[in-house]
Design a binder for this molecule. Structure first.
Ligand code: ACO
Length: 343
């Protein structure tokens, strides 16, 4: 083999440029139907007072039977595309973060690709539970930074009402349905996504899970009658881990950028429990006025939570172009992630 060919084989990859990545549009969608704490009082042995004081949640949205996770994802995606002025044929990649896909396979992202008519886009699902949206943003960013793709659609979408045990008062009061989306692109200017941190601890996988329906416990009459297709949670354990992991992840992201919490205009945490958010705000030294909260209206929407909150905070003008924002999330896995963005 001639020498020139050998050297080509030794370094087959082209050196690619690195680019800063921006969120150029956001969108969200929640179903119309509201399930209030008063409604839940009629379903299980609970009270509005217990739910409000222990969680901060007042109501959540529930999707109708005919509406799939992909339908909500498409609605959120369309709103993000409209805001970003991005057409279907400009999308290179769709990442859908969800623990409630339309079905185990194919990926919900592929169904979204078809419904959007985004024929050029590659598509896959990403599962990191409530941390999934930030994991998706990090993955999308890597594709753009490397020069592989120009336009990435990241979605967090959930129909959690389908995996909730509506007779279990310890979990059914916490969750809701909805979707949020973001379009990632390089604006050809500095700043954008400044850092992203991700982490996981599989040794505690059993404190928040849906046991059956996978290869370990395939669906069977027994698995259904044992309620193994419902979300199970050790609330106190999740609570403790969430506070520590979110504080650590947020501090890591700030350190990576050489910033302090005083530099941050708006903190957008995962919306699981007001007491978790207050504990993190206290530990980080962030006044609650800086912290965006919408969990009283939607409950915990897992991967969609922070995506919906980001969209609503942006549309409400909680931060402007050039402001620094901090996103921090925690979920089953265990997983956690944080992200600093100069908007
Ligand atoms: N209504 C009335 N009473 C209730 C309810 C309810 N809905 N749920 C539980 N209780 C009772 C319990 O039975 C218990 O009664 P007991 O003392 O007689 O045994 C009492 O209230 C206290 O229960 P705890 O579980 O100790 O309550 P706690 O203060 O820990 O709050 C909660 C429970 C809200 C679930 C809390 O632990 C929590 O928010 N944990 C984190 C949840 C979370 O963040 N999950 C999402 C992670 S993200 C993801 O990946 C999906």
């Amino acid at each position: 083999m001639p020498n020139s060919n050998k050297s080509q084989l030794r370094s087959p990859r082209l050196k690619r440029p690195t680019r800063s990545v921006h969120i150029v549009g956001t969108g969200s969608y929640v179903p119309d139907r509201i399930l209030s704490n008063a409604d839940l009082e009629k379903m299980v042995d609970t009270t509005d007072d217990w739910i409000t004081t222990r969680t901060g949640i007042k109501e959540r949205r529930i999707a109708p039977d005919y509406m799939c996770t992909s339908d909500m994802a498409v609605e959120a995606a369309r709103r993000a595309m409209e805001q970003a002025n991005v057409r279907e044929d400009e999308i290179d990649l769709i990442i859908c973060a969800t623990i409630t896909p339309d079905m185990p396979f194919p990926a919900t992202a592929c169904i979204v690709q078809h419904k959007l008519g985004a024929k050029r886009a590659a598509a896959f699902d990403m599962e990191a539970a409530c941390s999934g949206f930030i994991f998706g943003v990090e993955i999308g960013q890597q594709f753009i930074t490397s020069g592989t793709y120009n336009t990435v659609l990241v979605i967090g979408a959930e129909k959690l009402s389908t995996i909730i045990d509506w007779q279990d008062r310890q979990t059914c009061v916490l969750f809701g349905d909805g979707a949020g989306a973001a379009i990632l692109r390089s604006r050809g200017e500095e700043h954008g996504i400044l850092t992203t941190c991700m982490g996981a601890d599989g040794s505690q996988a059993d404190i928040l899970l849906m046991p059956a329906g996978g290869a370990k416990y395939p669906a069977s009459k027994e698995s259904v009658s044992a309620g193994m297709h419902h979300l199970k949670m050790s609330g106190k354990e999740v609570f403790k881990n969430a506070v520590v992991a979110m504080q650590t992840a947020a501090e890591q992201a700030l350190r990576n950028c050489n910033l302090t919490i005083q530099d941050i205009k708006c903190v957008i945490p995962h919306q699981a429990n007001l007491r978790i958010i207050e504990a993190i705000s206290d530990r980080l030294g962030a006044p609650m006025e800086k912290v965006y909260i919408n969990l009283h209206r939607y409950g915990n929407v897992s991967a969609a939570s922070v995506a919906i909150a980001l969209d609503e905070a942006a549309r409400e003008g909680r931060f402007q172009r050039g402001d620094l924002i901090l996103l921090v999330v925690f979920g089953s896995g265990l997983t956690w992630a944080s992200c600093v963005i100069q908007w």
